[in-house]
Design a protein around this ligand. Structure first.
Ligand code: GLN
Length: 189
């Protein structure tokens, strides 16, 4: 299994380290040439969604990656990555990929006090969840499964081959979410 990690901005190195610890091959996606390689899954990291969105357009990565996602490429977006996937972003007219039927609220926990760690349930397991100026899903479409909520806010969702979390599993020792994503890739239809 080989995973491409979008590496134009933000916390991509943390995902790559984590994948290395899990003995999973990965590579950085920085330009169009990179996505000519074969890969089985895509990770969109945390960072600044507006900057990433702009860079994706400038680097002409937006449309080809969007087509891959629409074609069923398994994708996992963390934090800003969730915003990139969202069909709607509260208070903003222009989604990025817009493939995941949720409305994402950016900086939803407030700008200053928006970073915290907690534990909560993800698919029957209690895991650590670090939030950093995180979004959550204000609305989910009927084809979207809610995988985790924290204090009644939706923080992990799945729609077909798309997985998104508001929090950063790459900043914890827990591997539950990566295992979940690997299973999505292995069972891809
Ligand atoms: N607040 C950031 C954004 O809106 C996301 C923060 C993060 O990815 N840790 O893009």
């Amino acid at each position: 299994m080989r995973i491409g990690v979008l590496a134009v901005q933000g916390a991509f190195a943390e995902h790559i380290n984590k994948l290395r610890q899990l003995d999973t091959e990965s590579f950085e996606i920085r330009q169009q040439n990179d996505i000519r390689k074969n890969f089985d899954g895509l990770i969109l990291p945390g960072g600044e969604s507006t900057a990433m969105s702009k860079l994706l357009t400038e680097l002409k990565l937006l449309e080809p990656l969007k087509s891959m996602i629409q074609g069923g490429m398994p994708v996992f977006g963390t934090c800003a990555g969730m915003i990139l996937l969202a069909k709607e972003i509260s208070g903003c007219d222009s989604p990025c990929f817009g493939t995941l039927d949720i409305t994402a609220k950016r900086n939803a926990y407030g700008r200053q006090l928006g970073s915290f760690r907690c534990t909560d349930r993800f698919a029957e397991k209690i895991i650590e969840m670090p939030f950093i100026r995180a979004p959550y899903a204000e609305r989910v479409g009927e084809n979207v499964t809610i995988l985790a909520s924290h204090e009644n806010r939706i923080v992990a969702v799945r729609q077909d081959n798309q997985l998104a979390t508001s929090f950063h599993p790459e900043l914890t020792d827990d591997i539950t979410i990566y295992k979940y994503f690997f299973e999505m890739i292995e069972n891809r239809n």
